[in-house]
Design a protein around this ligand. Structure first.
Ligand code: SAM
Ligand code: SF4
Ligand code: F3S
Length: 447
């Protein structure tokens, strides 16, 4: 079908999962808008709905099946509605089969490696009126290098690498995202320069393990060198990155980050567990002692750094003593915040076949303990900011109170404050006057 005929058609993308997927949805939006579609917020108004899926835990998959059931009902009254399913979940072979059997009204199924072919797949589905399932098994770089329709604002994500080689034994990501592939530094630098000129001032470099950047390029630069180059781009003010793997965080990187003015004082450093036995079974490649040592070196070099983490409870074989090790590590390190996860069996990963799977009630008790501890710590950390004057980038109206503006500190904390809309996009000193678990409160005219 020509672009002409698609005019006035509206699309909606529903995204599950991590920043990587959020950013992929911006690519999908780019493809759809190039094909003549316009965005819409209301599901009932959409002519095309794309679900960008995640499979990191079973709950994410179940949400997609539930949503597909609801979309089936909408499609009964609106037979021309086109439904597409892409992302990590559809990259798995058994999911394609299940979608074919149980959801025949899904028009297009595509994977993470052939997101760029979506325009053609939609045309095929429309012309043949048949379900089109096309999931590539080979990864390339094509999924990266084409038009992106970014969410407007001051923050933007930029992929610096795709895939993961780490094979943590619980994790499905390497199976659905392929091996590590770094983008060329020129492509990255050009993209960031342009983003800065368009008004995106706070750039997050994305990868499952950004510290591995460049390892697959012969004679290439490493992540610390890339940060140095990005830091010299005049059009942007702030640089962030995620995720860093503790095993690959070397002293060169610490010294580089400490010395670069635009690289923000926030490091997301997933620890996953505090017990050496569990870390080994997870194949994380560092010990509890290595992690403490790394945190000490980071804190010595970057005194005001904010540290956040991912932590998991209930991994197979986790005894009460192993759990205590995790709990005590968190008590001691005092992360600014943490994403807490209950281990979930993922078909095809080594941990799914491990003995001593932990009963749900034990997992549930442990996660409650961890959440409670972390909430206390986060609150205490936020309280320490009261009275300080912090450099904040104003992002827009607050999501919870439209009378207020929302800004972000270099340490990645949200500050809400009263201000005029013309300061959006500017960096302001804000005096911190209050705090809660989720954000800080501030006032302008701090200097
Ligand atoms: N690449 C990042 C890293 O190495 O930490 C994180 C990627 S993963 C998408 C985000 C988080 O999901 C992980 O840090 C881990 O804590 C959690 N996760 C991954 N697999 C899981 C599983 N099977 N069950 C529970 N949580 C899981
Ligand atoms: Fe998954 Fe580990 Fe890779 Fe992170 S580093 S994506 S947790 S395999
Ligand atoms: Fe992200 Fe989920 Fe895929 S966490 S990489 S969208 S499996």
């Amino acid at each position: 079908m020509s672009t002409e005929k698609i005019k006035n058609k509206k699309y909606l993308i529903i995204t599950f999962g991590c920043q990587m997927n959020e950013h992929d949805s911006e690519r999908i939006a780019g493809i759809l808008e190039n094909n003549g579609y316009n965005p819409v917020q209301d599901i009932n108004e959409a002519d095309l709905i794309i679900i960008n899926t995640c499979c990191v835990r079973e709950t994410a998959e179940n949400k997609v099946y539930g949503l597909l059931g609801r979309l089936g009902k909408i499609k009964k009254n609106k037979p021309d509605l086109i439904i597409g399913v892409g992302g990590c979940m559809s990259q798995q072979e058994h999911v394609g089969k299940r979608l074919k059997q149980r959801f025949p009204y899904v028009d297009v199924v595509f994977g993470t490696f052939n997101l760029h072919t979506l325009g053609d797949l939609l045309t095929r589905a429309r012309e043949t009126k048949q379900q089109v399932i096309d999931v590539w098994q080979e990864a390339g770089m094509e999924e990266c290098d084409f038009t992106v329709k970014r969410v407007p604002g001051v923050r933007a994500w930029v992929n610096i690498m795709l895939g993961c080689n780490n094979f943590c034994t619980y994790c499905i990501v390497p199976y659905v995202r392929g091996r590590e592939r770094s983008r060329s530094q020129e492509t990255i630098i050009n993209e960031i320069t342009k983003l800065g000129q368009e008004g995106y001032k706070d750039i997050t470099l994305l990868g499952q393990n950004v510290n591995s950047f460049g390892k697959d390029i012969k004679g290439g630069i490493d992540f610390a060198d890339l940060l140095t180059r990005v830091n010299s781009i005049d059009s942007v003010d702030r640089i962030r990155y995620m995720t860093s793997h503790p095993r690959d965080f070397n002293d060169k990187l610490i010294v580089t980050i400490a010395g670069l003015s635009k690289v923000c004082e926030h490091i997301h450093l997933p620890v996953q567990a505090g017990s050496n036995k569990i870390l080994k079974k997870m194949n994380r490649g560092y010990s509890r002692e290595d992690y403490f040592n790394l945190v000490a070196r980071i804190r010595a070099a970057i005194p005001d750094v904010s540290l956040t983490t991912d932590v998991m409870v209930g991994f197979p074989g986790e005894t009460d003593a192993d759990f205590r090790d995790t709990f005590e590590l968190m008590q001691e390190i005092k992360f600014d915040s943490a994403f807490t996860f209950v281990y979930n069996k993922r078909e095809g990963t080594p941990a799914a076949k491990m003995e001593e799977q932990i009963p749900d009630e034990v997992k549930s008790k442990r996660i409650q303990e961890i959440i409670q501890l972390q909430n206390q710590i986060s609150l205490g950390k936020n309280k320490l900011d009261v009275g300080k004057v912090l450099e904040c980038l104003v992002e827009g109206p607050s999501k919870t109170n439209s009378e207020l503006l929302s800004a972000r500190t270099r340490t990645n904390k949200i500050v809400v404050f009263k201000g005029e809309k013309d300061v959006i996009g500017k960096i302001l000193p804000l005096k911190i006057t209050g705090y809660s678990l989720t954000h800080l409160e501030g006032e302008g005219n701090a200097l």
